[in-house]
Design a protein around this ligand. Structure first.
Ligand SMILES: C[S@@+](CC[C@H](N)C(=O)[O-])C[C@H]1O[C@@H](n2cnc3c(N)ncnc32)[C@H](O)[C@@H]1O
Length: 350
């Protein structure tokens, strides 16, 4: 560890009041994941004392605790402001528009990987009628249109009129693509009219996933296939020395941000209970080793701020968390499940 880093860590450790050397090192370990060696700790304390950033407090014992001086607190504040600037340069504070967010996600290696698994599982053939529920801005419609060829039909459906408008614009040159506004809970499609269907990160947002599955089963022809890709946000593991903060961040995401945050693990059971035959479940785990790329999908700073407002993290935890994540050796992983389900040969109608 660099001498300067050890001094900053000691200043941070003293932020909440005077401490002895041993207690300083315990806080340093909590903040950084490592204890300082005795030489580094006492060297840092001696340098900070020389610069009048810390001072000994009078007390009865031999080992007098150390506290920040006014000058030391100013130095710490300066340091924290610069850490926040570092975090700010890595993480995006503003919320992107919904279309640009989806476009950006679709362009990532992570999305390409699971979308490829989904496409392989759906195995669209020429001449088929394929439904993409929650098609967003038409992300996958062009690729499906190529697979059904000129004799097939693609129906893109989304509840959001803005998504429908953009999806229509983007597929205007594809006569076999029809984009309609609608709700997966009440599809305006004939019973048994669809050969294949997909939902790509859609059911995690709906009010009644089981009801949505029943509608999808209704519109599929007997033997038709549904491929779903849904994350399990409870699997989000972010490396940080303070495991409790990582867990609180993930818990806030599943409790408050995503309506059905753990749908990934429930999907196979729900589909079976609805009457589908689940033939395959494929987990796709995305590993992020770069904070900027993770932020494109996870919105780390925005969601950390929300977690503070909701009482899952303290402002101080949040600041330390982001400053650490903006540093070196970032690691996060999350699993999305692709569930392949087939309507039975004679579909049970509900
Ligand atoms: C995370 S986006 C995924 C979009 C697209 N599948 C993609 O991969 O880019 C989820 C989409 O589901 C749509 N959606 C949410 N609830 C819906 C519902 N009840 N019926 C139909 N679409 C819905 C949203 O409007 C949004 O476009």
């Amino acid at each position: 560890m660099r001498t300067q880093d050890a001094q900053v860590l000691v200043l941070c450790a003293l932020a909440d009041g005077p401490l002895h050397g041993y207690a300083i090192n315990a806080v340093v370990e909590k903040l950084s994941g490592n204890r300082l060696g005795p030489g580094s700790l006492y060297g840092a304390l001696a340098r900070l004392e020389t610069k009048q950033l810390v001072e000994r407090v009078a007390g009865p014992g031999r080992q007098r605790p150390v506290r920040l001086t006014a000058k030391g607190r100013e130095a710490l504040d300066r340091e924290l402001r610069s850490m926040t600037r570092v975090a700010g340069s890595v993480f995006e504070a503003a919320t992107p528009g919904p279309v640009s967010y989806l476009d950006r996600v679709a362009a990532t290696d992570a999305a390409r990987a699971y979308k490829e698994v989904m496409a392989g599982a759906l195995a669209v053939r020429p001449g088929q009628t394929v439904l993409d529920v929650g098609c967003g801005p038409g992300t996958d419609l062009r690729e499906i249109a190529e697979a059904v060829s000129v004799s097939g039909t693609v129906i893109g459906l989304d509840v959001d009129p803005k998504m429908v408008e953009v999806a229509r614009e983007r597929t205007a040159d594809l006569p076999r693509v029809r984009v309609q506004q609608g709700d997966v809970h009440a599809l305006e499609l004939e019973t048994g009219s669809v050969d294949g269907a997909r939902t790509d990160r859609v059911l995690q947002h709906v009010t009644d996933p089981a009801g949505a599955l029943a509608e999808l089963l209704r519109v599929l022809r007997p033997g038709g296939r549904l491929v779903m890709g849904e994350p399990d946000w409870d699997s989000l593991a972010i490396d940080h020395p303070d495991l409790a903060v990582s867990r609180a961040y993930t818990r806030h995401l599943t409790d408050r941000i995503v309506r059905n945050g753990v749908l990934g693990r429930q999907l196979a059971r729900l589909a079976t209970e609805t009457g589908f035959v689940v033939t395959r479940v494929v987990p796709v785990t995305t590993v992020f080793r770069d904070a900027g790329s993770a932020d494109q999908i996870l919105g780390l700073q925005r969601n950390t701020e929300r977690a503070v407002t909701a009482g899952y993290l303290t402002a101080e935890d949040a600041r330390r968390w982001l400053a650490h994540l903006a540093g070196e050796h970032f690691f996060a992983a999350v699993t999305l499940y692709t569930v392949v389900a087939e309507a039975p040969p004679v579909t049970r109608r509900t």
